[in-house]
Design a binder for this molecule. Structure first.
Ligand SMILES: [Fe+2]
Length: 263
């Protein structure tokens, strides 16, 4: 095994240990089972998000308490994914509202977290990730003049989930013929938009977002948050960060952390 791979493994083992109570919950709900029924990729996706939110929380110097809560929230955020996917499929096969099914599944995920003893503020933070019911509030927050550390943490949780496809590294932004950049967030949302499984949910969202589809709203929210976070990071670091390059910037910081691992 290459040295970097060994360092990467050591880094993620440590990351997992740092959120041990959450990893126990992943195990309890069956995400860590082996074999074809495995949902291990969901747990890995959560750990990658722990690393990503931590980079942003550290550079933005969020208070220690909030940085810790953000790490736990990221580790937790998809713990109920299996049930969410099942509820969504069931709604698609019937005439039931996919929007309502997703809302109910999110409520049940929060219930699992609550029963496992996680605090309401951590659960609220975890629940922001990918939640269609949070888009409007997150968009408003991205445009708010002054942010508390708790509010910045909400922007971080929302953005990191929008940029995270599975547990892979963010792919670099590429220029489009019109001169704009297409980044990993655009590609992820575009793939979702083309996926027929989400077509109904995408359309149903129009009655909640004044005629706009779910992906239109999610894209606008993600890029507004991206711009705000890039501006905050540029302020703190003195480095000009192109918002569309933010996913790459975050992952580069993680690679530096991995490269510093002693193995
Ligand atoms: Fe996620």
């Amino acid at each position: 095994m290459e040295n970097f791979d060994r360092q990467k493994r050591a880094f993620f083992v440590k990351t997992g240990l740092s959120v041990r109570p959450v990893m126990r919950l992943h195990k309890y709900v069956g995400n860590l089972r082996k074999g074809t029924e495995s949902w291990r990729n969901v747990s890995e996706h959560c750990l990658v998000e722990v690393a990503r939110v931590d980079v942003l929380a550290a550079v933005l110097r969020l208070s220690g308490g909030i940085r810790g809560k953000l790490r736990i929230a990221a580790a937790l955020h998809d713990v109920g994914k299996r049930e969410e996917v099942a509820a969504f499929r069931a709604a698609n096969e019937t005439e039931n509202s996919a929007w309502e099914a997703c809302t109910e599944a999110s409520r049940q995920s929060a219930e699992i977290m609550k029963r496992a003893g996680f605090s309401d503020d951590v659960i609220a933070l975890a629940s922001i990730a990918g939640d269609h019911n949070s888009f409007a509030a997150t968009l408003a927050l991205a445009e708010q003049d002054v942010l508390t550390d708790e509010e910045t943490a909400r922007l971080i949780m929302s953005y990191v989930d929008d940029m995270s496809a599975g547990s892979t590294w963010a792919t670099p932004a590429v220029p489009l013929p019109d001169g704009s950049l297409q980044n990993t967030v655009d590609r992820r949302l575009e793939a979702g938009e083309k996926d027929p499984r989400y077509a109904r949910m995408n359309e149903e969202a129009r009655e909640h977002f004044a005629g706009r589809t779910m992906y239109a709203m999610q894209r606008e929210t993600a890029h507004a948050v991206e711009q705000r976070l890039a501006a905050l990071l540029s302020e703190k670091t003195g480095e000009m960060i192109d918002p569309k390059r933010l996913p790459e910037w975050i992952d580069l910081r993680i690679r530096e952390r991995i490269a510093a691992e002693q193995v």
